[in-house]
Design a protein. Sequence first.
Length: 160
Amino acid sequence: MMETMFSGSVVGIYIAPKAGAPMESRSEVEALANKGLDGDRYARAEGKFSGHKRPDQQRAVTLIEREALLAIFTEYGIELGEELTRRNIVVEGVALNHLVGREFMVGEVRMLGVGLAEPCAYLEEISGVKARQPLIHRGGLRAEVLTSGRIVVADKITVV
């Protein structure tokens, strides 16, 4: 049974083929259960933080709210492009912090929110933007992919 807490959707999809590579925009991507997004560095265990502190499947996908990026621009005058966040999925209308410990659907793909994706020094290093402090507690969500399937820009996000 689906519970509706919000009416969120996917507004951007990004992958990086290897650690440190620029994020590439996609209109759709294949999510691989217990791996990540097809073509992304973490699905191949080749990300900057692969094997560091937590299993890779717990960092398989990262999501961030478009609203958080608008807020740091409004509050701090910091413009951080979605691709520079190093997050895979940009959403609108979803309070991601509320999905920690919860299962949710991104289109046809079931995911589990495993923790906040707090910003790190690497974000500032690779983007050249001093956004770490403004993004604390709104840097997004780390999620495990529980079922394989396709994710498309405009897919709805619902809580399971």
